[in-house]
Design a protein around this ligand. Structure first.
Ligand code: MLC
Ligand code: AMP
Length: 504
């Protein structure tokens, strides 16, 4: 296995970030699109106040802090505050419904849930605090009354820094426990292999409740001690307007295809840019090629997942191969094995991708049995992705052996949607699949059968799904069929459904 040479490791985020912290406290960390900045000094003071306020609500080392707020500077300050108290950040997608949040809270048992002040509903369990960037809300108010100095709790490499829910290869969402060492080692490696420079500015348009926007993007900035233009959401118009203020952009493939859809994206617009990074879903080679011919930039594609943070990357120097996710990162071991037997596949063959290294998570919260089933005896994590190494050692993702749809870079676990559809009166059974979609990469599609003698109303099914699921999980199309195709084992043959209901 070929990999990029090793770099010296870091084992905690506070140590990594402290080593890079600029001497001048006015150095901007956050550049806000409407003007204004938040410097490293101010971020230190405000995160100290938030840390005190969290502590006064019982947050201590190891306690989970659930955060479901619209993206704003407060998202970053709360992340820093959690690190300072030794708490475990539990970021939640703002699109989740109360039912989805309720399940996660019951499982994670956080000490507090921080929400936007206007958000209705009082979930059971944690103390519910509110805060927004304008200073409104119970937590924001409590923070303002606190001192701006905080004695940071010492953390160890094995301490859990964050917990992100993901369904892994099977079942309901599980909390992936990411340690200080997982996050720090990966951030240090990415910062190094992507050649971050003292004058780099990141254009940040990703959501901050996932690995990509939170740990890949923000941690690289903090490890560099420089700033990021912090956009509340991805919007082609706004991204184009700020390309000139930045040098690095990170996005999911949908963001790149949307940017390409605007004819103002050209060489001149990207003249000051150093690096475009893509990941979270497959970047089509055609998108890569079109981007190069329009802008002169080769998008650097990398591959990762919640449980492992980043695994491979195309090189900064040297050939970036379209359609591949590059080489294993330093200190990360990647192998390809037969998904059924677990034996290594011959060179060039397709198999399940397995990963071992300092980046691989500590296990699923309250699910020790999965540390046996999801890992091999020699400690490799089974990703559920299929791939092969080419002759140059570049990894090519060939598909997935886990039942997962990736829509616009967001993961949808079919079983979650199927459970909701199956519960509708009159539905006998359902199968949820992903079909190719020009904007989202894959779109969620449901195929359902009715109980004998019943008629199903497709609009009603979508509406019922919308009430219980975040919008990105709601099937864009629902097809009613007489029977689902099954193999000899009785398993629904989703490949047949994809062939039948995919684009013609
Ligand atoms: C929004 N919608 C989606 C959707 N995003 N539907 C399906 N899939 C998505 N990803 C819905 C909206 O709710 C809305 O529904 C309708 O689509 C129109 O929304 P929009 O305004 O066009 O969408 P927008 O807000 O612009 O969002 C699109 C997007 C966003 C691509 C910018 O989805 C996004 O930021 N994706 C990035 C996700 C990400 O960060 N993934 C990283 C995971 S970490 P309605 O019904 O209201 O009309 C990971 C590990 C790794 O995977 O390797 O990085
Ligand atoms: P998540 O569980 O949200 O972290 O999503 C991780 C999954 O995203 C991986 O297991 C892959 O299936 C997919 N993924 C991430 N990056 C890439 C990429 N560059 N190409 C293809 N799939 C990717």
């Amino acid at each position: 296995m070929r990999s990029i040479p090793s770099v010296s490791g870091w084992s905690t985020l506070p140590a990594l970030f402290a080593a890079a912290r600029p001497r001048d406290p006015s150095t901007p960390l956050l550049l806000l699109p409407g003007g204004g900045t938040i410097g490293y000094g101010e971020a230190g003071q405000r995160s100290a106040q938030l840390a005190h306020a969290l502590r006064s609500h019982g947050v201590g080392p190891g306690e989970r802090v659930a955060v479901q707020i619209e993206k704003s500077p407060l998202s970053v300050l709360l992340y820093l505050a959690c690190l300072r108290t030794g708490a475990v950040l539990l970021p939640l997608n703002t699109a989740y419904t109360d039912e989805e949040v309720g399940y996660l809270l019951a499982d994670a048992e956080p000490a507090v849930l921080v929400r936007d002040p206007g958000r209705a509903g009082t979930p059971k369990g944690p103390a519910v605090l509110s805060a927004d960037a304008s200073g409104a809300g119970t937590l924001a108010q409590a923070a303002q009354a606190q001192t701006t100095v905080f004695d940071d709790v010492a953390v160890a490499p094995g301490d859990v820094a964050a917990m992100l829910y993901t369904s892994g290869t099977t079942g309901r969402p599980k909390g992936a426990m990411l340690t200080q060492a997982n996050l720090a080692s990966n951030a240090a490696v990415l910062h190094r292999v992507w050649g971050f420079r003292p004058d780099d500015v990141l254009l940040h348009a990703l959501p901050v409740f996932h690995t990509h926007g939170l740990f890949v993007a923000i941690n690289c900035v903090l490890a560099n001690g420089t700033g990021m233009v912090f956009l509340p959401r991805f919007d082609v118009e706004v991204v184009l307007a700020h390309l000139g203020d930045a040098t690095v952009f990170m996005g999911v493939p949908t963001m790149y295809t949307r940017l390409l859809g605007d004819r103002r994206l050209d060489r001149a617009a990207c003249a000051g840019m150093r690096l475009f990074v893509a990941g979270s879903a497959p970047l089509l080679a055609s998108t890569h090629d079109e981007f190069r011919s329009r802008t002169g930039h080769d998008i650097l594609e990398r591959y990762g997942m919640t449980e492992t943070t980043m695994i491979t990357s195309n090189p900064l120097e040297g050939e970036r191969r379209p359609g591949t996710v590059g080489l294993p990162l330093p200190d990360v071991e990647v192998r390809v094995t037969d998904a059924e037997t677990g034996t290594p596949v011959p060179a060039g063959g397709v198999g399940q991708i397995e990963v071992r290294g300092p980046n691989v998570f500590a296990g699923y919260w309250k699910r020790p049995e999965l540390s046996v089933s999801e890992f091999t005896a020699d400690g490799f994590f089974r990703t559920g992705d299929l791939g092969s190494f080419d002759a140059g050692g570049y990894l090519r993702i060939a598909g997935r052996c886990k039942d997962l749809v990736i829509s616009g870079g967001l993961n949808v676990y079919p079983v979650e949607v199927e459970e909701v559809l199956d519960a509708v009166d009159g539905v006998l059974e359902s199968a949820v699949i992903g079909v190719p979609h020009p904007d989202l990469g894959e779109a969620v599609v449901a195929v359902v059968t009715a109980e004998p003698g019943r008629t199903l109303d497709v609009d009603d099914l979508q509406e019922r799904a919308r009430r219980r699921l975040a919008p990105f999980k709601v099937p864009r199309q629902v097809h009613v069929v007489d029977a689902l195709p099954r193999n000899a084992m009785g398993k629904v043959e989703k490949a047949k459904l994809r062939a039948r209901f995919g684009p013609t």
